[in-house]
Design a protein around this ligand. Structure first.
Ligand code: S3P
Length: 454
C-alpha cells in the first residue's frame, strides 16, 4: 500500500458481457458533500455529526488534513463521523505536509481554508494531482492577501501557502465555472471582514453555499446572466454545529445506472441518490436519449433532494449535449460516452475543455478507451462526438491514467461489449467508490480481477 492507501502495483480487471442486471443498490455518500462536511466541521466550534460519509481515499485524506490543522476528527461507526472544530480563523499550522493523494477537491478547498487562517501549510498529492492546475485557485487567494511561499512550476503541487493576518474580501469573477474555485474563495472569505462575492457565468454545484447556510453563515445567491450566479458571503460568521446526512453520490450512481441501460433486460433501483438540479445533467441527457429512468420515493434528506432511481435497459438514440450543461454533469462525460457507444447515431458532447484537467486528461483517456473498444469517435476542438452503433465490439485494454472514473466507465462498457474489455488498473476506484466491485457484482456484473495475460 502507498501512503495514500491504494495498492502500489496496478490491479487489472476484465469486464465480460453479463446477463440482465437486477436488484437494488445504495452507492456511497456524495464525495463533494463528504469533503465539505469534514471541512465545515473543522471550522465550527462544537461537535458536528456526519452520517453516510463516503469513506473513500480522497475523503479520508481530507479527514487527515482537518486533523492535522487541529480539529478532532473521529470515526464512530460505518460512515458515521464526529468532528470537533476550532472555529473560523482558529485552525493551527500543521506539522507535516498535507498529502491529498488523488483529490483535487480536497486540496483546492483546503487551500481556501488555509488562506482564511493566519497559518502556513504545504500541500502535496500523487502524480496525477501534481499535474493539475492550481493557479486557478491561487490567483484569487493571492488577491485576498494569501502568499504562495513556494510552488512547483506553474503553481502546481507541492506548494506552500501562507494565510495573511488580515484577509481582504474580494469580488471574484471566475474564468471557469468551477465549484472548486468558488468554494476555495468562499472558504477563505469566511476569515475576511465584510463581503466576499463569487460570480460564475454558468452555475456550478452549490453544496458549499447550501452548507454555509446550514451552519449558520449569511449567504445570498442571485441569478447572473442567462445561466450564472452571484454568491455573496458575509465574513467572520460564527459557524454552529449542525448534523449532516450525506445522500448517495449521483456521480457514483451513474455507473450502475448506465450499466443497467446498456445490459439488455436490466432493471435496477439505486437508492437515496442526490437529485440536486446542479448535479442531474446526465439524467437529463440520458432521458433525451430515450432512457427509461424514473424517480421513486422522492424526498428531502439533509437539505438535499433525494430519490430512488429506477432504471431499465433502453434503446438509446444519439443527442447533442449543449456546452452550458457541462457543469451539471462534469464528472459524468466518460460514462455518457459509454452510453453513447450503445446508442444509435451520433452523440455530440460540446465544450469539454475542463475534462482535460481532471484526474487525467479525460478527453484523451475517453478517446483512447473508445479506440480500445473499437468504437468510432472523433474530437473536434473541445467537442467529443461518439458514433453510436447500438453495440460495441470491445476486446482491447483501456489505460486508466490514475483516474477512477475512466476505470469504472470502461468496466461498465465491458458488461455489454461483444468481447471482454480489460482495464489496466482499477486501484484508483478506491478514491471515490470503494464498494464498486462488490456492488456491481451484486447486481450480476461479471468483472474479474485475476486477469490472465493475453
Ligand atoms: C467538485 C467540483 C468539480 C468536480 C469534482 C468535485 C466539487 O470540479 O469535477 O469532482 O466538489 O466542488 P470543478 O469545480 O473543478 O469543475
Amino acid at each position: 500500500m502507498s501512503s495514500n492507501g491504494h495498492a502500489d502495483l496496478p490491479v487489472p480487471a476484465l469486464a465480460r458481457r453479463s446477463q440482465a442486471l437486477k436488484g437494488r443498490v445504495r452507492v456511497p455518500g456524495d464525495k463533494s458533500v463528504s469533503h465539505r462536511s469534514l471541512i465545515f466541521g473543522a471550522l465550527t466550534i462544537g461537535e458536528t455529526r456526519i452520517f453516510g460519509l463516503l469513506e473513500g481515499e480522497d475523503v479520508l485524506n481530507t479527514a487527515k488534513a482537518c486533523a492535522a490543522l487541529g480539529a478532532d476528527v473521529e470515526r464512530v461507526g460505518e460512515g458515521e463521523w464526529r468532528v470537533r472544530g476550532l472555529g473560523v480563523g482558529g485552525l493551527r499550522a500543521p506539522e507535516g505536509v498535507l498529502d491529498f493523494g488523488n483529490a483535487g477537491t480536497g486540496s483546492r478547498l483546503m487551500m481556501g481554508v488555509v488562506a482564511g487562517n493566519p497559518i502556513t501549510a504545504t500541500f502535496d498529492g500523487d502524480a496525477s494531482l501534481r499535474r493539475r492546475p492550481m493557479r486557478r485557485i491561487l490567483d484569487p487567494l493571492e488577491q485576498m492577501g494569501a502568499e504562495v511561499v513556494d510552488a512547483a512550476e506553474g503553481g502546481r503541487l507541492p506548494l506552500t501557502l501562507k494565510g495573511p493576518q488580515e484577509l481582504v474580501p474580494i469580488t471574484y469573477e471566475s474564468p471557469v465555472a468551477s465549484a472548486q474555485i468558488k468554494s476555495a474563495v468562499l472558504l477563505a472569505g469566511l476569515g475576511a471582514p465584510g463581503e466576499t462575492t463569487v460570480i460564475e457565468k454558468e452555475a456550478s454545484r452549490d453544496h458549499t453555499e447550501r452548507m454555509l447556510t446550514h451552519f449558520g453563515a449569511e449567504v445570498t445567491v442571485e441569478p447572473y446572466g442567462e445561466h450564472g450566479r452571484k454568491v455573496t458571503l458575509k465574513g467572520r460568521p460564527e459557524l454552529k454545529p449542525a448534523p449532516i446526512r450525506v445522500a448517495a453520490d449521483p456521480s457514483s450512481a451513474a455507473f450502475p445506472l448506465v450499466a443497467a441501460l446498456i445490459v439488455p433486460g436490466s432493471d435496477v433501483v439505486i437508492e437515496g441518490v442526490m437529485t440536486n438540479p446542479l448535479r442531474t445533467g446526465l439524467l437529463i441527457t440520458l432521458r433525451e436519449m430515450g432512457a427509461d429512468i424514473s424517480f421513486e420515493n422522492e424526498r428531502v434528506e439533509g437539505g438535499e433532494s433525494v430519490a430512488d432511481i429506477r432504471v431499465r435497459a433502453s434503446k438509446l438514440t444519439g443527442v447533442d449535449v449543449p456546452a452550458e450543461r457541462a457543469p451539471s454533469m462534469i464528472d459524468e462525460y466518460p460514462v455518457l460516452a459509454v452510453a453513447a457507444a450503445f446508442a444509435t447515431g451520433e452523440t455530440r458532447m460540446n465544450g469539454l475543455s475542463e475534462l482535460r484537467v481532471k484526474e487525467s486528461d479525460r478527453l484523451a483517456a475517453v478517446a483512447e478507451g473508445l479506440a480500445q473498444a473499437s468504437v468510432a469517435y472523433r474530437i473536434e476542438g473541445d467537442d467529443l462526438i461518439v458514433a453510436g452503433a447500438g453495440a460495441a465490439p470491445g476486446g482491447g485494454t483501456v489505460e486508466t491514467h490514475m483516474d477512477h472514473r475512466i476505470a469504472m466507465s470502461f468496466l461498465v462498457m465491458g458488461l455489454a461489449t461483444d468481447t471482454p474489455l480489460k482495464v489496466d488498473d482499477i486501484s484508483f476506484i478506491a478514491t471515490s467508490f470503494p464498494t464498486f466491485l462488490s456492488q456491481m457484482r451484486g447486481l450480476g456484473a461479471l468483472i474479474d480481477t485475476e486477469v490472465v495475460a493475453a
